[in-house]
Design a protein around this ligand. Structure first.
Ligand code: ASP
Ligand code: MG
Length: 417
């Protein structure tokens, strides 16, 4: 029997009844003979409340004390779940990050894990004790509690699974990864398997199933990962199928995916904005002079388009970025006017990014062409394009987001039969 890390998100532990439900999922895995560690998030809404209290206490506050406050949400859940498990007759013990310890760097509020000593946890698991571990936190080099950044408990779970040499099931409020957002596309289908790389693209493109960092870690350490629903009845007959797939979606190496689609999913993000700098001098060093200062201001730029300059003297540069960074970016660029020299800056926030993702793209031609044709057929104008080996993204008018996602889902044959 194997080692298993089970991770439950905030909605899955939102109240005591749901924590009992989680305990029954744990019970099932324990009875199946697994050695189990559970990683929990704070109860839904709790972390937001804690963050808000810090803000009310002082608009600008010490990151170490922020961590001291916001890490408590997970501690509550871990203790409560251990109590419920013990009450059911299942030996269990809660663990805060520092007790294990989960060591992190010193970047309070956005720390990265550096080392996890799993020895004590493994020993206890082998004695039949369930370890209930707080997600989202660790201990910094300054011996103070650190937190990993919002949504970080997925990453905790994967890192702990890697340290314990365990598989990792992420229980959440959806039953897996879909070919597109089922709220938009009625014919969206749950995937049995998705490759790490595809999941990584999906996560960074705005599909909010898993934190991007957690997928990166799973890929590097080859942690077998499954996304599944905590709302499925805990005692429903175990649905692990003979082909190794389970009730949810398995995130795995691409060579484990037998039936490969060219495109496995359509993702979208409305969190986009577009900036165009017009009539910039077309000469060496101009892009560096613009994108350097943006990076120094922690502004992540995504798509970049530079026009050919008709006169050889001036060009236009357009780029996209997260909508929340738009104001700051405009400020930074206006500050460069003297030095860089350009005519003016225009911007728009009513844009969306729609992407097709699939590892099959590496070996199939015509994927982008089909995308452009389907969008053209719907009269949707493309404002910018970027590609990677396994993804094509376009920037379009936000009003057409849903239309575009549906059209593409159909164009690549992803609609449920
Ligand atoms: N409780 C933390 C948050 O809300 C971490 C997590 O749930 O993943 O961001
Ligand atoms: Mg989460």
């Amino acid at each position: 029997m194997g080692r298993l890390v089970m991770k439950f998100g905030g909605t899955s532990v939102a109240d005591i009844d749901r924590i009992r439900n989680v305990a029954r999922h744990v019970e099932r895995e324990v009875k199946a003979g697994n050695h189990v560690a559970v990683v929990v998030s704070a109860m839904a809404g709790t972390t937001n409340q804690l963050v808000e209290w810090c803000r009310q206490a002082a608009a600008i506050h010490d990151a170490r004390e922020y961590d001291a406050v916001v890490s408590t949400g997970e501690q509550i859940t871990a203790g409560l779940l251990a109590i419920v498990l013990q009450d059911m007759g299942i030996p269990a013990r809660s663990w805060a990050g520092w007790q294990i310890p989960i060591e992190t760097d010193g970047v309070h509020g956005a720390a990265r894990m550096t080392r996890i000593n799993g020895a004590e946890i493994v020993k206890r698991m082998e004695q039949g004790q369930v370890a209930v571990i707080t997600g989202f936190q660790g201990i910094g080099p300054d011996k103070r509690i650190s937190t990993l950044g919002r949504g970080g408990s997925d990453t905790s779970a994967v890192a702990i699974a890697a340290a314990l040499d365990a598989a990792c099931d992420i229980y959440t409020d959806v039953d897996g990864v879909y070919t597109a957002d089922p709220r938009i596309v009625t014919g969206a289908q749950k995937l049995d398997r998705i490759a790490y790389e595809e999941m990584l693209e999906q996560a960074s493109l705005g599909a909010k199933v898993l934190q991007t960092r957690s997928v990166e870690l799973a890929m590097v350490y080859k942690v077998p990962l499954q996304v599944r629903s905590s709302f499925e009845a805990p005692d429903s007959p175990h649905q692990n199928k003979p082909d190794g797939t389970g009730p949810g979606t398995i995130v795995c190496d691409e060579d484990k995916i037998v039936e490969q689609h060219v495109v496995s999913g359509i993702a979208y993000s409305r969190d986009e904005a577009k900036v165009s700098i017009r009539r910039v001098k077309d000469q060496p060093g101009v892009s560096a002079a613009i994108f350097g200062p943006l990076a120094e201001n922690e502004i992540n730029v995504d798509m970049i388009v530079q026009n050919v300059s008709p006169d050889g003297a001036f060009t236009d540069i357009t780029f996209t970025l997260a909508r929340k960074d738009l104001r700051k970016a405009i400020e930074v660029i206006n500050g460069l006017k003297e030095k860089v020299g350009f005519q003016d800056v225009v911007h728009a926030a009513d844009v969306a990014k729609v992407s097709v993702v699939g590892i099959g793209m590496r070996s199939h031609a015509g994927v982008a062409a089909r995308m452009f044709k389907s969008l053209a057929d719907k009269g949707i104008n493309i404002q910018a394009i970027t590609t990677s080996e396994i993804k094509v993204s376009v920037l379009i008018d936000e009003a057409y987001t849903e239309l575009a996602v549906r059209a593409l889902h159909q164009a690549y044959g992803l609609d449920k039969k």
